[in-house]
Design a protein around this ligand. Structure first.
Ligand code: AMP
Length: 373
């Protein structure tokens, strides 16, 4: 039996562990939180990420390890990689330690991004804003997620206060992109270097949090599909990557694509693949890690994914909808927290839209919810 270690025991770890069971793969997660979402379905080593003895216990007997969160201490990642193959490897994970190096890496590999400039200190802020223009988005360079660690800036006068509110550390200033829509490409590379790409996903974010997604994204031209797949391919090859990689894209009105950021792991925008693709992103990530052949990434009909954020919804109305699937992560509800998701699948656009609207309506009574894209 293959033994896979997962750093992080959140919902991504939980869904990886659930996908591992039918493949006969054993999962062990490392997470400091007792009762973390993955603990219900996987072996759990519960300790702080910098606890070296616990890390050694976690690594003991593993065939391969992976991460389901970002921003882990680099020393922890290096110590784990010295004991057991880490997939994806340190070069891909290092990109997520610093937004500036990530953006520079993308540019160095010929991929377009929003205009950006470094503001390592308050003194550099004026120059950075002059370079990217206003309005701008200020982002903390070290990882923030779900919209945390970034703020919209409309005037020079507000710059110092906004930067201070972000903690005063090194920042990245980015031009605000007037995109037509946000897309993500979910791709997977096997240990032998085979690459497969899922149909594009269209994502709707509000306040920096993913609210809902539709896949396959509607109205995707062959040129757009090929450009997105080539973006993912270039990164997978450059990073000698094994596993699932997600690239978040801004699609511009003129048809060009900008890369917003990458996720070197399974990703929220790919949750629809559990019911909506022949092989889920979780299964394909595990197959890649374990040196197994990849499964088909073809979609089964169309899927609409809605995140459940904040309070738990009334379940009955959702469960009554045809071909609609509920996933709760076992998390304590808190405002702004993703506690589950719902995927509706349909064979035609009309049914998908009806089901999607019904879900959003039901969730809207109890939840912070999103519009349909
Ligand atoms: P991020 O944390 O960089 O993934 O940003 C979260 C979300 O904020 C993105 O999915 C976009 O909706 C929005 N966003 C981030 N950067 C920009 C930008 N430069 N222009 C417009 N919207 C942005």
């Amino acid at each position: 039996m293959m033994r896979v270690g997962i750093l992080g025991g959140g919902q991504l770890g939980r869904m990886l562990a659930l996908a591992a069971q039918p493949l006969g793969i054993h999962c062990r997660v490392f997470d400091p939180e007792p009762g973390c979402p993955a603990a219900a379905v996987a072996e759990h080593v519960c300790a702080p990420y910098d606890d070296r003895d616990a890390l050694a216990r976690f690594a003991d007997g593993l065939d391969v390890a992976t991460c389901e969160i970002e921003g882990l201490p680099p020393a922890t990642l290096a110590a784990l990689a010295a004991r057991v193959p880490l997939r994806p490897g340190l070069p891909a994970l290092a990109l997520k330690q610093d937004r500036l190096s990530e953006k520079r890496y993308l540019r160095a590999h010929g991929l377009a991004t929003a205009p950006f400039a470094s503001a390592a200190s308050p003194a550099e802020l004026g120059g950075a804003l002059a370079a990217v223009g206003l309005p701008a988005i200020l982002k903390r360079r070290e990882r923030g997620y779900d919209g945390r660690g970034q703020a919209l800036l409309r005037t020079h006068d507000a710059a110092a206060a906004t930067a201070a509110a972000l903690g005063g550390g090194p920042l990245l200033a980015e031009a605000v992109v007037e995109f037509a829509r946000e897309l993500s490409v979910i791709a997977v590379r096997s240990a032998e270097g085979e690459i497969r790409t899922y149909p594009l996903t269209e994502n709707l974010h509000e306040d920096g949090i993913l609210r809902c997604a539709v896949a396959p994204a509607p109205a995707v031209t062959a040129a757009l599909r090929d450009a997105a797949a080539e973006t993912a391919r270039r990164l997978l090859v450059a990073l000698d990557y094994v596993g699932v990689l997600v690239v978040e894209l801004f699609a511009l009105h003129d048809g060009r694509l900008l890369v917003n950021e990458i996720a070197p792991r399974v990703h929220n925008s790919g949750h629809w693949t559990i019911e909506g693709a022949e092989t889920s992103q979780f299964e394909n990530h595990l197959r890649a890690l374990c040196g197994l052949p990849l499964g088909s990434t073809a979609a089964i009909g169309s899927s609409f994914l809605v995140n459940i954020i904040g309070a738990p919804p009334a379940l009955d109305p959702i469960l009554r909808l045809p071909d609609t699937h509920l996933h709760l992560y076992g998390k304590t509800p808190r405002p702004g927290r993703k506690i589950g998701h719902v995927t509706a699948r349909a064979l035609d656009e009309r049914h998908l839209r009806q089901r999607g609207q019904a879900i959003v309506r039901h969730l809207s009574t109890t939840n912070e919810h999103g519009r349909m894209p």
